[in-house]
Design a protein around this ligand. Structure first.
Ligand code: ARG
Length: 444
């Protein structure tokens, strides 16, 4: 079998080469990345003096420097004095949103272009901060789908995007716009909103299907109330178990994962029981919820940096008292409960809610993850290997291994000793292309 395959392959390769010579297309370039210290995210340890061989957009080999013969004249990226890691992944962003311009009813004041402009800037900022991947969970109407296409086609610069549509909400829920008279509400929220608001299992099923029709990679459902919305309570369950189950089943049937925004104790448990893949926020989780998450292998994506930013900016932004009070109610508890979940061994994936706080500051959350119980290596793996697993990109992203995309970052100090060095990423490569090189690594 092998021999036949080889014979068949040779003429095929020769033909390809001739074709290349005629059209001027060259073979993908090979780059040798010398890593002084590599955290490949397959374990909690560092490897010293490693060479990562990149051909085109993929890693083809990772080996001790003594085992790789670098040909004379080869392209070398010299990170031999740096710490190299996989590109980071933030599993909870809103690239459409600007944190310096908080306005809960933005949607009715501005056209969708406003969010589009924000997204172009925020995507670049996120990549330059070392995040080569994001899962964008909640945008209007299907902004993240368009953003993903624009980035993948090379038209704009940004991270790889796993896109959701708008968070699916009950009428009057966290994703609805509340606090207006019916006549105003109806004017602002016409019937086409039926791609996001659903009541009852049948409507939930239809909305999930509709979002898939519009190209989402992942479903986001708002299982409980929220903080930065009007008229709802973070602790209160919004969708019923039956509705959540239909959403999870329908998403999975279509080969999509599903994330649930859930602060409230009961909503978290029902989402986990329904088979939802990740709990976002998880603020008021109790011991039973933690046990259920362990049993089901559900990921916790807790935005535990957010509280500082929201409360710090509340006055400057004129945040309504209702929202400030709700933040005070969940913020501290979220951190304490996160520590309990970590101690119990719940799977953790890194997600920040960037957009509520400034894009580019994503890595500030590492400090809190370590403060609230994770090791630096564990926090970094949450933002690499585990994040890739949660967003269904483990074959392509999350570790520095042969076969994966060459998405790598570097810092000039040891992140396992001080995780905050990740707030200053000096080198960013995505798909073999260098986007940032403050370390002078790629200089000829
Ligand atoms: N988007 C979330 C909400 O409105 C933000 C919660 C932020 N607070 C926190 N402590 N994580 O519910």
């Amino acid at each position: 079998m092998k021999v036949i395959a080889r014979i068949a392959l040779i003429p095929c390769l020769a033909a390809a080469c001739m074709g290349m010579a005629q059209t001027g297309v060259t073979a993908p370039a090979t780059v040798y990345v010398k890593a002084g210290h590599l955290f490949d995210a397959t374990s909690d340890t560092l490897r010293d003096n490693v060479v990562v061989v990149v051909t085109g957009e993929r890693i083809v080999k990772v080996a001790a420097s003594g085992e790789v013969a670098i040909p004379a004249g080869a392209t070398v990226v010299d990170l031999s004095k740096a710490w190299v890691l996989p590109g980071l992944i933030d599993c909870h962003t809103h690239l459409q949103a600007r944190a310096d311009k908080y306005d809960p009813i933005n949607e009715v004041k501005q056209t969708p272009f406003d969010g589009g402009f924000n997204g172009v800037v925020n995507a670049r900022t996120t990549l330059m901060a070392g995040f080569t991947g994001v899962r964008d969970v909640g945008s209007e109407p299907f902004f993240a789908v368009d953003l993903r296409k624009a980035i993948d086609s090379g038209y704009i610069v940004g991270p790889r995007v796993v896109a959701s549509g708008p968070g699916i909400s009950i009428t009057g829920g966290h994703g609805d716009m509340n606090g207006f008279a019916p006549a105003v509400s109806n004017m602002m929220y016409p019937a086409e909103k039926d791609y996001a608001i659903a009541d009852g299992p049948d409507e939930v099923r239809r909305v999930v299907r509709k979002q898939i029709k519009y190209g989402v990679d992942v479903i986001k459902i708002l299982a409980t109330g929220g903080v930065l919305s009007a008229g709802d309570k973070p602790g209160a369950e919004q969708f019923t178990y039956e509705e959540l189950k239909v959403a999870a089943d329908e998403a999975h049937r279509a080969g999509r994962k599903i994330a649930a925004h859930a602060h409230g104790t009961e909503g978290i448990k029902d989402a986990v029981r329904a088979g939802i893949d990740s709990i976002e926020h998880g603020s008021l989780i109790d011991a039973e919820g933690i046990a259920l998450m362990k049993e089901h292998g559900t990921y916790l994506v807790a935005d535990i940096y957010n509280d500082d930013y929201i409360l710090g900016k509340a006055i400057e932004f004129g945040l309504p008292k209702e929202n400030v009070d709700k933040e005070k109610m969940v913020g501290r508890l979220q951190r304490e409960n996160f520590a309990k979940a970590v101690a119990a061994g719940v799977k953790i994936a890194f997600g920040t809610d960037a957009g509520v706080y400034p894009h580019g500051d994503n890595a500030k959350q590492f400090y809190y993850m370590v403060k609230f119980g994770m090791t630096p290596a564990g926090a970094i793996r949450a933002a690499t290997q585990s994040a890739a697993d949660l967003i269904d990109r483990a074959a392509d992203e999350g570790t520095v291994e042969a076969g994966k995309f060459a998405d790598m970052i570097a810092v000039s100090a040891n992140p396992l000793e001080n995780v905050t060095v990740l707030e200053h990423v000096g080198f960013v490569m995505k798909g073999g292309k260098v986007y940032k090189d403050e370390l002078g690594a790629a200089k000829p």
